[in-house]
Design a protein around this ligand. Sequence first.
Ligand code: KG4
Ligand code: ZN
Length: 324
Amino acid sequence: MLIFAIESSCDETACAIVKDGREVISNSVFSQIKTHRKFGGVVPEVAAREHLESIGPVIKETFEQAGISPAQIDAFASTAGPGLVGCLLVGLNAAKTLALVHNKPYIPVNHLQAHVCANFIDSDLNPPFICLLVSGGHTQVIYVKDFDNQTIVASTIDDAVGEVYDKVARLMGLPYPGGIMLDKLAQEGNPNAFKLPEAKVGEDEFSFSGLKTALLRLTQSFKDKEIPQKDICASFQERVSDTLIKKTLNLADKYGCKTIVTAGGVAANSELRKKLFALNDRGYKTYAPAMKYCTDNAAMVGSCAYFNPIKCANPLEMEVFSRA
Ligand code: KG4
Ligand code: ZN
């Protein structure tokens, strides 16, 4: 089954053609990072307008890359939410229009489920497994019993991990989006240079606001002196990745899961991947999406449309939604 998928929930206009949920035939991403950098974050109204401008060219490029015509597509999919409403509307209306014009089904997809499904691309992964989902807007551990049977078994009570990465990066004077820059600097620093606090919360909770405050105090303590950027980044990255992996591992054991996967933009983080893959030596099987399928993309939407679409009686009446 060939699915043409669109992702437009935030600041990436992306399209992909995916075969049977696992094989990516073509994949295009147009990132708006340059536009939003001068504002230090995504401006929803500006993002929606950019999606409108780029959606046509990105659709065209995706078909050209694949050498496939719209008539050969079996279904058209898009992210329906959660995300920025004005942005989601662009992708959803484009996908519905393509479906209507070519007389094929439209398949709505949940953005968070799509991140999880990025792990099915080019892999032999099958449920059950435990998934650590870490993105700019969400931090959750999900027990995936089956493709369409999932339970959130832990989530953040304040900030999402990606959000904290971006805020701490801004504190250090790094440009938006800070996560990837912070990760790069961290790799050159000493992870034990500063002892940072770990939140004392339940096994089904994450909390990062205390860590954020500790970093604010730490950076301020240098006053006029130069901030040891690399060591602070490395210590922050160590604290975050250690907490995420420890909690996920505990929950995997609690639910009797020997397979652990990660997903979302922060799944691209070097230290998180290192700690996750190290669990292979302890009898676990671990997976993470290829780097290009961690941050927002449409290949994961195409996979999710195949494995775990939003179930609704009349998909063409599906509307966008901002929150999970
Ligand atoms: O999944 P995503 O592309 O968008 C959302 O659905 O939110 O995630 C974006 C987040 C941003 O906060 C970004 O800073 C973070 O993922 N990110 C990283 C890395 N690459 C992207 N955070 C830490 N290390 C990275 N290498
Ligand atoms: Zn995302």
